[in-house]
Design a protein around this ligand. Structure first.
Ligand code: ADP
Length: 553
C-alpha cells in the first residue's frame, strides 16, 4: 500500500465530499495541501488576502448549493478569515475553512503563528475542531460537511497543525469516509399545508416574500408555480431575487414600501424578519400582521412577529406539498380590496419618478443613469455582485434578476469587502456567464488587489467602480491640511482605480460622462479578459426621497 501525507488525505477527502474548488492564500504550513489538491486535478484559486478566500468559498457554496473550501495559513492568516466565517453564518451559507496551525508537538512552546484558532472560529460556525491524528482526517471532513450543508446551512472550521499536514501514514491505516448523503429535505404535515391555504383564503392583502433560503433550497420551480397558481403579489429579498424571475406576473418589488406597510398576511419563505425586513414590525408593517412562515430552522419560527401557520421544513419539499394541495383544491387570490390595483398604481408612480433620473445626461452622473446602461447590456443570466452604500441600495431597484443565486451582495451582515471574493467565485462557478462586480469606491478599497487574481486566473469579470470620492459621497476637493482637517469619509477625489487593472495587464476605462460609460460598457463586454470601468458619480447624487430610511427600526 502507498503512503499518504496528511495534505494528500485532506485533498482526497474534500474531493470525496464533492468540493469542486479551493480558494486560498498559501504559506507555511498549508502549501502541501494546495499542491495535493491540484494533484487531484482540482482548481486552486490563489487570492491576495484571506478575506477573499473565505468570501469566495461561501459564495461558491451558495451558488453550487454544496460545499466549497477556503485554505489559509495559521495565526493572522486564520484570523483574517474570521469575518468571512461571520458573514457565512449571518447569511446561512455553508463553507469549510481549513486553517494551518502550529505544530501539535510544539504546543505551548511559542511556535510560529500559534493561536487559539478552534476557539476563535467557534462563535461563528456550526462545527470547529482540530485534526490531532492524520488517520482520522476523512472522518472529520465528512462530519464537518454534514454539519455545514444540513438544516440551516453554515460555515465549519477545520484546524490542521503543520505536523499533521506533513505526517505520513500507510493508506490502509486511514479511516476513509464515504461521500455524505444529500441533505435531508423535511416535509410538513398535510394539516399544516391545509392550515396555510385556509389562512391565505382569509387575507385581503396577501404578500409572498421570497428569501435566499429558497435559493439555497433550489425551490425556484416550486415558488414560481406557487405564485403563478395563487396570483398573490410577491417580492424578493435582495438575494432572494431571481428565484422567481423579475418579469414574472405580480412582482411587487417596485412598490416595496407600500406592500410591506399594507399587507395583512405575509407568506415568509426562507427569509427572516431581521433588519433587512425591518423586523416585521410597525411602522414598516401593520401592527396586526399575520404570518405564514416556511423555514428549515425551528427556532426561527415566530422570531420578532408571531407566526400563525408555521411550516418547518425544506423550502423545495414543502412548496412542492403546497402546490400539490393546490392541484387538488384549486384556489386563486380574489382581489376584493383592490390590493393589486393599488400596487400597480404605486409601481407606475415610482417608474415615472425613476425614468427621469435614468435618462439624465448630467455629468458627473447620478446613480440611476449608469445603472440603467448596465441593466440594458447585461445578459439575462448574468451574475451580479454588488456592494457599497448607495451603489448597492439603488442597484437593488434598477438591476433585475432572472435566475436564482445570480445576485450577491453585502447581505445579512452588511459586510463591506465581500465583492471581490464573491465575484471570483461567481466566475469560477459560472465560467460561461457574464459576471459583473459593481463596487462602491469605498467598498472596493477592501480588496482591490483581487483584480490581479482575476487577471492571473483568466476570469473575465467586469468590475465597475462607482466613484464618488468617499464613503457615502466624499468631498469634491480635499482640504489643504492633513488628518486634523480631513473629513472621515473622504477618499482621493476622482481616483483612477482603472489603473489598478492596467497595472496587472487588464483593460481599464475612466468614464466622466454617460457617453463614455456607454462606450466603455460596449467595449468591455467584447474583451476576453477582466476589465475595470471607473465611473465618476456626482458627490451630491443620492437615492430618491425615501419614505423610511433603510435602517429605520
Ligand atoms: P434573506 O436575507 O433573503 O431575507 P435570510 O438569510 O434572512 O434571507 O433567511 C434565510 C432563511 O432561510 C433562514 O432563516 C434559514 O434558516 C432558511 N433556510 C435555509 N435553508 C433552508 C431550506 N432548505 N428550506 C427552508 N428554509 C431554509
Amino acid at each position: 500500500m502507498a503512503e499518504l501525507s496528511g495534505a494528500q488525505i485532506v485533498a482526497k477527502s474534500l474531493k470525496t465530499q464533492g468540493v469542486q474548488e479551493m480558494f486560498g492564500l498559501v504559506g507555511v504550513p498549508v502549501v502541501p495541501i494546495s499542491i495535493a489538491w491540484m494533484q487531484e486535478g482540482m482548481p486552486f484559486v490563489g487570492v491576495r488576502h484571506e478575506q477573499a478566500a473565505g468570501y469566495a468559498a461561501q459564495a461558491a457554496s451558495y451558488m453550487r448549493t454544496h460545499l466549497s473550501a477556503a485554505l489559509v495559513v495559521s495565526g493572522p492568516g486564520m484570523t483574517n478569515a474570521i469575518s468571512a466565517l461571520g458573514n457565512a453564518e449571518a447569511n446561512c451559507w455553508p463553507m469549510i475553512l481549513i486553517g494551518g496551525a502550529a505544530n501539535v508537538t510544539l504546543s505551548q512552546m511559542g511556535d510560529f503563528q500559534d493561536a487559539p484558532q478552534v476557539e476563535a472560529a467557534r462563535p461563528f460556525v456550526k462545527w470547529s475542531d482540530q485534526a490531532r491524528d492524520v488517520r482520522l482526517i476523512p472522518r472529520l471532513i465528512a462530519q464537518a460537511t454534514r454539519a455545514a450543508i444540513n438544516g440551516r446551512p453554515g460555515p465549519v472550521y477545520l484546524d490542521l497543525p503543520g505536523d499533521i499536514i506533513d505526517a505520513v501514514v500507510d493508506e490502509s491505516e486511514v479511516q476513509w469516509a464515504p461521500e455524505v448523503e444529500e441533505p435531508a429535505r423535511p416535509t410538513v404535515s398535510g394539516e399544516s399545508v391545509e392550515a396555510a391555504i385556509e389562512a391565505l383564503k382569509t387575507a385581503s392583502n396577501p404578500l409572498v416574500i421570497v428569501g435566499k433560503g429558497m435559493a439555497w433550497s433550489r425551490a425556484e420551480q416550486e415558488v414560481r408555480e406557487f405564485v403563478d397558481k395563487t396570483g398573490i403579489p410577491w417580492l424578493a429579498t435582495p438575494m432572494g431575487a431571481g428565484v422567481v424571475p423579475a418579469d414574472a406576473p405580480n412582482n411587487a418589488a417596485a412598490a416595496r414600501t407600500h406592500v410591506l406597510k399594507n399587507a395583512d398576511l405575509v407568506v415568509l419563505l426562507g427569509a427572516r424578519f431581521n433588519w433587512i425586513l425591518h423586523f416585521g414590525r410597525p411602522p414598516r408593517f401593520r401592527e396586526d400582521l399575520r404570518v405564514i412562515q416556511l423555514d428549515i430552522e425551528p427556532s426561527e419560527i415566530g422570531a420578532n412577529v408571531p407566526t400563525e401557520v408555521p411550516l418547518v421544513g425544506d423550502g423545495k419539499a414543502v412548496m412542492g406539498q403546497v402546490n400539490e394541495y393546490l392541484d387538488e383544491h384549486p384556489w386563486k387570490f380574489e382581489d376584493t380590496s383592490e390590493w393589486v390595483a393599488s400596487i400597480n398604481a404605486e409601481i407606475e408612480r415610482k417608474a415615472a419618478e425613476q425614468s427621469e433620473w435614468m435618462s439624465s445626461d448630467e455629468a458627473p452622473m447620478n446613480y440611476y443613469r449608469p445603472l440603467k446602461e448596465i441593466q440594458e447590456r447585461m445578459p439575462r443570466d448574468a451574475v451580479f455582485v454588488t456592494e457599497g452604500e448607495n451603489t448597492m441600495a439603488i442597484a437593488r431597484q434598477v438591476i433585475q434578476s432572472y435566475e436564482p443565486r445570480s445576485r450577491l451582495d453585502a447581505g445579512t451582515w452588511g459586510t463591506m469587502g465581500v465583492g471581490p471574493g464573491f465575484a471570483l467565485a461567481a466566475q469560477v462557478v459560472n465560467p460561461g456567464k457574464r459576471v459583473i462586480a459593481l463596487e462602491g469606491d469605498a467598498a472596493f478599497g477592501f480588496g482591490p488587489t483581487e483584480v490581479e487574481t482575476a487577471v492571473r486566473h483568466k476570469l473575465p469579470i467586469t468590475w465597475i467602480i462607482f466613484n464618488n470620492n468617499g464613503i457615502g459621497g466624499g468631498p469634491d476637493e480635499l482640504p489643504e491640511g492633513g488628518p486634523g482637517e480631513m473629513p472621515p469619509n473622504a477618499l482621493v477625489p476622482r481616483a483612477h482605480y482603472e489603473m489598478i487593472m492596467e497595472a496587472f495587464g487588464g483593460k481599464g476605462y475612466y468614464c466622466a460622462s454617460p457617453e463614455e460609460l456607454e462606450a466603455a460598457l460596449d467595449d468591455s463586454f467584447q474583451q476576453e479578459g477582466s476589465t475595470l470601468i471607473n465611473v465618476e458619480i456626482s458627490t451630491k447624487a443620492q437615492r430618491r426621497q425615501q419614505q423610511f430610511r433603510w435602517l429605520q427600526r
